[in-house]
Design a binder for this molecule. Sequence first.
Ligand code: SAH
Length: 350
Amino acid sequence: MEQELRSQLFRKLFPQAPRYRLDQMHTAQFTRGWTGWGDATMFSKEMRDALSHGIPWVSFISSKVLESKKKDTYKALLELFDGKKIETVLMLNRKNNWTICVSSQVGCAMRCGFCATGKMGFTRNMTSDEIVDQYRFWMNFLCEHPKLDQKISNIVFMGMGEPLANYENIKSAIHALLKYAVIGETHITVSTVGVLSVMEKILEDKDWPRVRLAVSLHSADPDIRKNIVPTSFEDFLPKLANWSKRYLKKFGNRSHHLTYEYVMLAGVNDSLVDAKKLANFVTTTGKIKVNLIPYNFTDSEFQKTPDEQTQKFLEYLHKHTVIATTRKTMGEDIAAACGQLIVADKKTKK
Ligand code: SAH
């Protein structure tokens, strides 16, 4: 059974309470340094006691944090109420603030060949509370480590799971983060394998927050893409191009762009012929950004593209007027880099 949300529990506990009280509950939860309902002084002692008994302060029961050697990346393993475990990552970004990478599902059903999470299979969607609690977890972690920079400036939905396969829950989580974590829309990025039916919905949904999207393209050749991203299908590329144009018309502006992610796999999608296909494809999509991702080691048959080849690929794209960057790999030594998030669940299975 799905864990009841804190807002539902609140309404059950205080059916007569005016709306602003619920808002105060959320505000209390996002207050730095507060570690339980006992701190929530906007409520009477009576209410605080009722909250302590009736509503869990956080949606995980244990946590373990790993630190990278460079101390610029931290990975946390959080155990949820049903014993399932997920991972979330805190990384130092270019501005020396923190970006957090959040999971949206326990496991993933997309089975991308190069991704460790894909190998776990799908267990369940995460609730919106479980999603926002990853932010709250890191907020408190930083509070407890005052020597570290304190600002979380960005959130990326690039942890475990396919966010668009858990649409309603990520949407409520994003609304909560925008409101209570005070992070701007263009500082949140949702990465998708390319669930076109849901991407269409985004164009129609008035309630969809104007956060950024990144689409995991990985190849502009339909056969190669199908090989590495098994959820791909024959006319995916023209459909993505058509969708991208409409997306950019609706959301695109100076600060809001659309990104295609492209993980560089040696001998698979990293030749100059592949770069040419990508550059040609991009002429059909509107002005998008390409982000080349170095392959992070997982238990798969794939190999990392050598840096010099990635550089040549990048130069080819630039020469053909494609806006392209490469992503810095972080936290590899603690298996916290893209696609390395996996939780060996064997011991907890009863
Ligand atoms: N399900 C979402 C989020 C996945 S993680 C999606 O598919 O976009 C974010 C990015 O990391 C995706 O582009 C994903 O394809 C990429 N990724 C997965 N495994 C990787 C690996 N081993 N090395 C580098 N990037 C990887």
